[in-house]
Design a protein around this ligand. Sequence first.
Ligand code: GLC
Length: 456
Amino acid sequence: MKTKQLSRRDYLRLLGAGAGLAASSLPDMSQIVSAQTAQSSASAPPPESAEARADRERRMRWWHEAKFGMFIHWGLYSVLGRHEWVMEMEGLPATEYAQLAKRFTPKPNAAREWARLARRAGQKYMVMTTKHHEGFCNFDTKTTNFCAPKQGPGRDLVREYVEAARAEGLRVGFYYSLMDWHHPDGARCATDEAARQRFVEYIHTHIRELLTNYGRVDVLWYDVAWPLDAKGWESERMNRMVFQLQPDIIVNNRNKLPGDFSTPEQRIEAAEAGRAWESCMTMNDSWGYQRADDDWKTPKQIVRNLITCAHDGGNYLLNIGPKPDGSVPPESVSILNTVGQWMDKNGQSIYETDICQPRRSRNGSFTRRGNTLYFHVHFWPGGDGLAFAGLQTKVKSARLLATGKPVAFEQDTYRVRFTGLPQRAPDDPITTLVVECESEPKQDELFVRRRERGSV
Ligand code: GLC
C-alpha cells in the first residue's frame, strides 16, 4: 500500500470541474460512457482541469510508451474449456457451477510461464482476471469462501501472478468484473435497494483488498457494469478509493465513468484526440480457455494489429486463456514467440512512438518517432517495386531495420521509391524500413491526383 495518500480535497481538485463530482452530475456522466465499450461516441469528454490532465499524463507515461500488454483470462471456466461465458450460455445453475471450484487445481506458479512468455513477446505489462463474471475470486478475500485460497487451488493465485510479473520486470494490472453471477445480490441489486447496498459494499471491499494487499498495482481494468449505472455502483466513490490507495494507478472506463482510457474490444478504433485507448483482443475467438476454438490469428495479423494501434497512439492488449492447470495453449505460445522475435528486431518502431499521420499504402503501414518514419511492409515486392505517394517532407536516408543495411531511394514531387531491394523479404512476417525525414513526415493523400491528374 502507498503511504502517500491524496486527501479527499486533493482528489476533488485533481479531478477538476468536469470529471464528475457532484451527485447531480452522475446521470450525464453515465450517458457519456453509456455502453461498456463506448469510446467513439460523438459526445466529447467533460472538460478537465490542467492539473488533472497533468496528473493523468504523469500516471500514464509508462503505459503510452509500453504499447503492448498481455491479457489473461483464467478462472473456473478454464476447467470446462468451453469459453468464459459457459455458465450463462449453457444455463448452469450457480450451485452446480460452484462445484468447479474444487476441481480447479492449477500447478504452482503457472504465472511464471505467462510472465516469461510476455517478456519474450515484447509485452511490457499484464492484466489478469482477479474475478470474472462467474464471481470466483482468484485472490484471498474476507468476504466469501468462493475464492482460490479456500477452494481447489489452496492458495492466492493473484499473489503468484503479481510476483511473477514483477520478477520479469512487467507492470501489473488487475481485471475485475463488477457483474457477478454467483453473488445472490448480483442481479437483484437492480431492483432491491437493500440488496444494492450489500452488493456494492461487497464489490468495493474486493477492490479495496486488491489495491491494499499486493503492493503497487499499475492498472485497474474494470469490466461489465450490468445491472447498475455509475450512481448505483457508487463509481465516483469507487474511483476515489482507488486513487487514495494507489495514487499512481490508471483505470479504464468500464465502471461507467470515463476513467483514464477507453477500451475498444475485438477491434481497433482510436478514441477522440487527446484521449488514451487500448484495444483488447483475443488470439482466437475466446477470452477464457476454449479447447475447441481453432480460429487462431496468424503472427502476421497480430503484428499488423500492433502496428495499427501504435500508428494511432493506442495500446494493444492481447489475450491468453490458460488451461485449468495454468499452462498456455501451444498455439498461443507459438504465436507470441514469433511476435517476440519480430519485436526483438523491430521494437523501436513500436515502443515510445508518436501518433503518425501517413497511412496510405497498399503494401504496408506506418509508425513514427519524431522525424523518423517506419514503413512496415506487409507484402514485399522486391526489386524496384516499393513506393508510396504524397510524402510532404524530404527523405534523408533509408535502411532496413532488421539488418541496418542502407536502402537506395529516389524521391520526386509525387513519390518515394525504394530501389534495388532483395527479392526475398529480409524480415518475417513484416519488413520494416526506417525512413529518416527532414521534418515530421506528413502525407498528402490527394496531392498526386490533384497535381498530376490536373485538377489544380
Ligand atoms: C467482454 C466479455 C468478457 C471479457 C471482456 C474482455 O466484456 O464479457 O468475457 O472478459 O469482454 O474485454
